[in-house]
Design a protein around this ligand. Structure first.
Ligand code: SF4
Length: 456
């Protein structure tokens, strides 16, 4: 437990304790799993691959399939070229994916392996109509978020083509969200009758049903032919600066597909922006079923406002998700007190500060590249009423007895989160349910007996 975390804050420059991030290849692996019949391949030692698979398995409670170049001493000294050659040959022979998505690790990056050249050298072992692509994901830079972004961009760089036959489809890059969120985004697009390509799409892969038969490649995932055709779409919408914008920019550069970046549609305002954009695109009114969902959310926001208004919140996690959550808690009348991310980059603080300034919130602490130890110390000095973030915050929540809502990656100690969205109006309704439940639970647990109420 973290009961002994000190209140006194000492400035640290070269040390992170419980950073709010994990390593790049995990993001690359997750992105690759969102492409149909794709096998993520870790170019490095077996331990890295085992760790990345384990972390994703623990989050999704699903077996995560991935292969490794299995570096030993020889490859560590002479480079992993021959390991890559053997791996590609074996993978296509044994596991028959349609595409192998190679990501690097700290070791192969430190050696300086030239993956692009290696991929060109293994082409004789790549069956016709199959592909090998790669993204560089050294973990001493960036985070799982940048690894995800780089892999999505790599799919576009290697595969998307502008054939000259323009289509009416819209590319949606959903960013790092749960399979349930991807499904919800597709549902919204379907209700609005928008023909789309969602890249990546882990729904139907990491929330696949138990059928009694092992499926190496479940039915879901973006089809390779759709990634190729994404170069002909009329627009790309990137949902999230950090996780999605790079691929959208690449599509614009490579295939001349215009792009627009919106935030991850978490909360009423971000969802409004997405729905408005889609309505403009289709030249149609917003369907009444979507208006009803929005109305239900507004109703719930009003019903529950007594428990949210004026409450202080600490939020940590991935930049695109934290940005959406920050805006949403403000719309509920809450006050974001501490807002942090572990992913490096100045954009995060700029985006959060802009939202805070718009809403005239002045004394929040905002920090990218931060860690949970300092967040805990801040909370000891000035407590909050609610903590929102991934599983790693449970120790702080217990030590400080603060209501805690698990959102983001990883969630290692709860079930079913991958099935239910937090995006869109229905996702916002779910967030309100989760937040109000933990706040009301604490009131029930700690209030004097005479205040213990049946109706709240
Ligand atoms: S060595 Fe690098 S890539 Fe491998 S698990 Fe550690 S941080 Fe991640």
């Amino acid at each position: 437990m973290l009961d002994l975390t000190t209140k006194k804050i000492v400035e640290r420059k070269a040390l992170r304790i419980n950073p709010a991030k994990t390593c790049q290849p995990i993001g690359a692996m997750y992105a690759a799993l969102g492409v149909h019949a794709c096998l993520p391949h870790s170019h490095g030692s077996q331990g890295c691959c085992a760790f990345h698979r384990m972390q994703l398995t623990r989050h999704f409670k699903e077996p995560i399939m991935a292969s490794t170049s299995a570096f030993t001493e020889g490859a560590s000294v002479f480079g992993g070229g021959s390991n890559m050659k053997t791996a590609v040959k074996n993978i296509f022979e044994l596991y028959a994916p349609d595409i192998i998505a190679v990501h690097t690790t700290c070791l192969s990056e430190t050696i300086g392996d030239d993956i692009k050249t290696m991929i060109s050298q293994v082409q004789p072992d790549v069956p016709e109509g199959k592909y090998v692509i790669h993204a560089n994901t050294p973990s001493y830079a960036g985070s799982h978020v940048t690894g995800f972004s780089s892999m999505v961009k790599a799919f576009v760089s290697y595969l998307s083509v502008n054939s000259g036959a323009k289509s009416e489809r819209v590319n949606i890059i959903p960013g790092w969200v749960e399979p349930g969120d991807m499904k919800e985004i597709k549902r919204i697009l379907s209700v609005m009758e928008i023909d789309n390509i969602l890249l990546p799409d882990t729904s139907g892969v990491l929330d696949a049903p138990m059928t009694g038969t092992f499926e190496m490649y479940p039915a879901g995932g973006t089809k390779i032919e759709d990634i190729i055709d994404a170069g002909n779409s009329k627009l790309t919408i990137a949902l999230g600066t950090y996780t999605s914008e790079a691929a959208a920019i690449e599509l614009e550069k490579k295939c001349k597909v215009p792009m627009k970046t919106l935030g991850t549609p978490i909360g009423i305002e971000a969802t409004d922006r997405l729905i408005t954009e889609l309505a403009i695109l289709t030249h149609k009114a917003v369907p009444s079923s979507i208006e009803i969902e929005r109305g239900q959310l507004v109703d719930l926001m009003l019903d529950s406002q007594a428990y949210f208004n004026g409450k202080k919140v600490a939020i940590y996690g991935d930049p695109d998700i934290v940005l959406g959550l920050t805006e949403f808690v403000i719309s509920l009348g809450m006050i974001p007190k501490y807002v942090i991310s572990g992913t490096p980059g100045d954009t995060f603080a700029k985006q959060i500060n802009a939202v805070l300034a718009t809403n005239e919130i002045k004394d929040a602490v905002v920090k990218g590249s931060a860690d949970l130890f300092e967040l805990h110390q801040w909370m000891k000095n000035e407590p909050v009423d609610l903590l929102i973030g991934n599983t790693h915050g449970k120790f702080i929540a217990r030590a400080e007895d603060v209501p805690f809502v698990r959102v983001g990656f990883p969630i290692l100690d709860r079930y079913a989160h991958q099935y239910f969205p937090i995006v869109g109006y229905t996702g916002a309704i779910r967030l309100i349910e989760m937040m109000s439940n933990v706040i009301l639970d604490k009131i029930d647990r700690t209030c004097p007996e005479e205040d213990f109420e049946l109706v709240m």
